[in-house]
Design a protein around this ligand. Structure first.
Ligand SMILES: *[C@@H]1O[C@H](CO)[C@@H](O)[C@H](O)[C@H]1NC(C)=O
Ligand SMILES: *[C@@H]1O[C@H](CO)[C@@H](O)[C@H](O)[C@H]1NC(C)=O
Ligand SMILES: *[C@@H]1O[C@H](CO)[C@@H](O)[C@H](O)[C@H]1NC(C)=O
Ligand SMILES: *[C@@H]1O[C@H](CO)[C@@H](O)[C@H](O)[C@H]1NC(C)=O
Ligand SMILES: *[C@@H]1O[C@H](CO)[C@@H](O)[C@H](O)[C@H]1NC(C)=O
Ligand SMILES: *[C@@H]1O[C@H](CO)[C@@H](O)[C@H](O)[C@H]1NC(C)=O
Ligand SMILES: *[C@@H]1O[C@H](CO)[C@@H](O)[C@H](O)[C@H]1NC(C)=O
Ligand SMILES: *[C@@H]1O[C@H](CO)[C@@H](O)[C@H](O)[C@H]1NC(C)=O
Ligand SMILES: *[C@@H]1O[C@H](CO)[C@@H](O)[C@H](O)[C@H]1NC(C)=O
Ligand SMILES: *[C@@H]1O[C@H](CO)[C@@H](O)[C@H](O)[C@H]1NC(C)=O
Ligand SMILES: *[C@@H]1O[C@H](CO)[C@@H](O)[C@H](O)[C@H]1NC(C)=O
Ligand SMILES: *[C@@H]1O[C@H](CO)[C@@H](O)[C@H](O)[C@H]1NC(C)=O
Length: 455
């Protein structure tokens, strides 16, 4: 059926998508105008034409506590694809995986609530979309061309909820339980996501993979558990095999990386973020897979406030040899480089380490790292204009900058850093195999006693 031509009259379109009668004149927020600011990657974003006023698909949820609204959502996206707008303004329960990689020139308004059914975490372990990289799996995947997904933060809803609690409880007894990522952008050329709340992802909140020209703005991301259960792997965003991505103006309260640049992330801007409780803004981990080439190039990270995190500005690279780390995370021996990365304007509040550079990620045995230096080099990195405090945890140290051999790192610069440690003593930084003449900090020799196993 040619939905696009059928669905050209509002009334007909709405009835096709089973709109509820209560939708007299629903208010649909206008698509936000998103401009990368103050920085951009220098690459232009393709223009996204306004959507047709006459092509709107409201999605009516089904009935019952254990229903599945997946098919209704997919049907609406098919009907309003190619120039329309899909409106998700009620409460939906998604109980089966959704492949939404067929999208083209469509807007998706989420002013309601999308919940992922957590009644059977093993259902998702079996039925989620699977990827080789770091055992990733996802509830749904969004891809195609020119897709804008947005909500309205002022309405109290506009939420995507992964109900992570059930998974975090289960991994206490089953560490290898496969847990889905809450939102997956996979193969999207041109698109945006803005003004949304995301809650309690079983795993990372967002993966942006195989994509280009993506703007993310005004997201409010939070992971909270009850009963003291440990929250696992709640990364805010991971970028992977993606180019020209901007992530800005957002809030993240989680327990793992706030943003993480995974293999082949290029021309990425991250700016104006407030991150709490995380593992920092992290390049990597990289070099995890032996003989594969990982490239991370042209990053600008600007104006970040980081509070109560393990790390702030962070680059993590696996050693030059394969080694075991955690049940679901092993590796080393990868190739490639990190190049042209700037961290600028960084407010550090009570983080364990303000700067962490390691080429011995996932390996407690430093001797082994020296014997097998990382094959993945780190070049042209600047960290500047950072102020604030670190926590008691490594006082009087505030960070570590350790390359595995002198020829594996070059042109790493650290400038204008004012970090105070709680004791009030002179702040120290552990440095090794790095050109200290480019580091405007108080370097001390490494004592070899480091924990690089943190997420
Ligand atoms: C753990 O979860 C995985 C699914 O991700 C499953 O294959 C495996 O059997 C589970 N292990 C145990 C001990 O239940
Ligand atoms: C990205 O594209 C590759 C190649 O087409 C595919 O194998 C992979 O599943 C896609 N998604 C991710 C997350 O890697
Ligand atoms: C920095 O980001 C915060 C949001 O976290 C914003 O309120 C502030 O205006 C930004 N400052 C600059 C200089 O861009
Ligand atoms: C990586 O390449 C080296 C040299 O070609 C080879 O000996 C080794 O087996 C490869 N490792 C893997 C995991 O493919
Ligand atoms: C990254 O890009 C390089 C260069 O194009 C390519 O050789 C490599 O296979 C890519 N790596 C991944 C993990 O996609
Ligand atoms: C370094 O990366 C930034 C941010 O993407 C970019 O603006 C700049 O042009 C890059 N510099 C070089 C020399 O490629
Ligand atoms: C950071 O941690 C301290 C000590 O636990 C706590 O008092 C404070 O509220 C936390 N800050 C934020 C922004 O959560
Ligand atoms: C993926 O998970 C399996 C166990 O389920 C584990 O053996 C393997 O090392 C994991 N792969 C990676 C790359 O972490
Ligand atoms: C650390 O690595 C070195 C070099 O491979 C090895 O000789 C040593 O036994 C390792 N130490 C431990 C505690 O595994
Ligand atoms: C990777 O590094 C190891 C040890 O540093 C070295 O033996 C090996 O030849 C390197 N591999 C490549 C492909 O450069
Ligand atoms: C140094 O960083 C501070 C923020 O801590 C900033 O206000 C100041 O302008 C920076 N100085 C220079 C010379 O860039
Ligand atoms: C701070 O310096 C004082 C005096 O040198 C010393 O006694 C104390 O142990 C130091 N505290 C820390 C946390 O390094």
């Amino acid at each position: 059926m040619r939905f696009s031509s059928v669905c050209s009259v509002l009334a007909l379109c709405a009835s096709l998508a089973e709109a509820s009668p209560s939708h007299g004149k629903p208010k649909i927020p206008a698509r936000p105008v998103l401009t990368p600011a103050p920085y951009n990657s220098g690459k232009e974003f393709p223009r996204s034409a306004p959507r047709s006023k006459n092509k709107k698909c409201f999605v009516k949820p089904g009935k019952g506590d254990d229903r599945d609204d997946a098919a209704r959502i997919k049907t609406a996206l098919k009907k309003c694809n190619n120039g329309g707008t899909v409106i998700l303004d009620q409460s939906y329960l998604v109980s089966s995986p959704l492949d939404l990689t067929f999208l083209k020139h469509v807007d998706v308004v989420i002013t309601g609530e999308i919940h992922f059914n957590a009644k059977d975490v093993y259902y998702w372990a079996s039925n989620s979309f699977k990827y080789d990289f770091q055992n990733m799996s996802t509830f749904w995947k969004w891809g195609g061309k020119d897709v804008n997904i947005y909500g309205d933060l002022s309405n109290g809803k506009s939420v995507i909820d992964g109900h992570g609690q059930a998974y975090w409880e289960e991994i206490v007894t089953n560490k290898t339980l496969l847990r889905p990522i809450l939102f997956s952008i996979d193969g999207l050329k041109g698109g945006s996501m803005s003004n949304l709340r995301m809650r309690n992802s079983p795993n990372w909140f967002n993966i942006i993979a195989n994509s280009s020209d993506i703007i993310i703005s005004d997201l409010d991301i939070q992971a909270k558990s009850t009963g003291g259960v440990k929250i696992a792997n709640s990364d805010g965003w991971d970028t992977y095999r993606s180019d020209n991505v901007v992530i800005q103006n957002s809030f993240v309260d989680n327990t793992d990386d706030c943003v993480s640049f995974k293999p082949n992330s290029t021309n990425v801007i991250v700016q104006n973020l407030n991150c709490i409780g995380s593992h920092g803004i992290s390049v990597g981990s990289l070099g995890q897979y032996a003989n594969l080439t990982d490239i991370v190039e042209n990053l600008y990270v600007y104006n970040i406030t980081m509070t109560n995190a393990s790390d702030f500005a962070r680059i993590k690279v696996w050693p030059g040899v394969q080694s075991s780390f955690q049940e679901l995370l092993n590796g080393g021996g990868g190739l490639g480089y990190v190049r042209n990365v700037t961290y600028d304007t960084l407010h550090s509040i009570n983080n364990d380490r303000a700067i962490t550079i390691t080429q011995c990620y996932g390996q407690k045995n430093q001797t082994l790292c020296q014997e097998f230096p990382a094959n993945l080099t780190i070049e042209d990195v600047t960290i500047r204009n950072m102020w604030g405090t670190t926590s008691l945890s490594t006082d009087p140290e505030a960070g570590t900058l350790i390359c595995s051999a002198p020829d594996r790192c070059s042109n790493i610069r650290v400038e204008n850093i004012t970090i105070d440690v709680p004791s009030g003593n002179t702040t120290e930084w552990e440095c090794a195999n790095i050109d200290e003449s480019l580091l405007d900090i108080n370097c001390v020799p490494t004592d070899g006693d480091r924990d690089t196993t943190n997420g």
